[in-house]
Write a protein of this length. Sequence first.
Length: 278
Amino acid sequence: MGDASHRAAFRALHESGCFVIPNPWDVGTVRALEELGFPALATTSAGHSYSRGLPDALDALPVDDVLRHVAEIVDAANVPVNADFQSGYGADPDSVAANVRRCVEVGVAGLSIEDARDGASLFELSEAVERIGAARAAIDGSGEDVLLTGRAECFLVGHPEPLRESIRRLEAYAEAGADVLYAPRAQERDDIRAIVEAVDPKPVNVLVSANTGLTVADLAALGARRVSVGSALARAAWGAFLRAAEGIARDGDFSGLEGAAAFADLNDLFETRSRQPR
């Protein structure tokens, strides 16, 4: 469950080095990732939406459902949790601030606010900066030490100059109070390095959503402080499920079940975790 010690630990993780913050989507995946030793976790809007049979869209789930999910992840975790809070689930800065206050109340150690108006367009920079500022003010007003991540979605929405525009926006979000900067889908070495250098000394999160050939050591050498995987683990799980199920449905072939986690291993994992004090 989230508390002041988790928030302090999360801030300390951003002060030096490079760490991976994977993205669970339910209590079971929280506990499995913790067992592997990850020092912090982050929610994934896509993983959550897919588990509900919905697309990853800004209007797929109401903010109340999102907050219940974030609270469930925080309550299940013994490590800090960062919330993927999309664009704040509000039409204007005041509603973003109100929702951020509610997100802080469920115990998150951090949360991210993105600048996508929908899946294909960005807020104007001035409006995006206001929204980051509103989130910052809401966090500060709570009295809690919660890290704010500002996200520039330029690479994701197909901006014609995604690197230049990402840097312009991330610099503005840093000025508006973002603690961590993040440009999802920046994956070329030169792009990552340029972003890190532009916003230095603020820490940068890098998304690895596919096997790009880069390792954690490579990303650390480029200056990344935090590495997340977004929806990738959820999509990997869905990929294995769909391949196995399609083989059974189409061909009557059960070979897709090869590689499944052992029943006893999963039982042992969750039985052990259920006995641990929380």
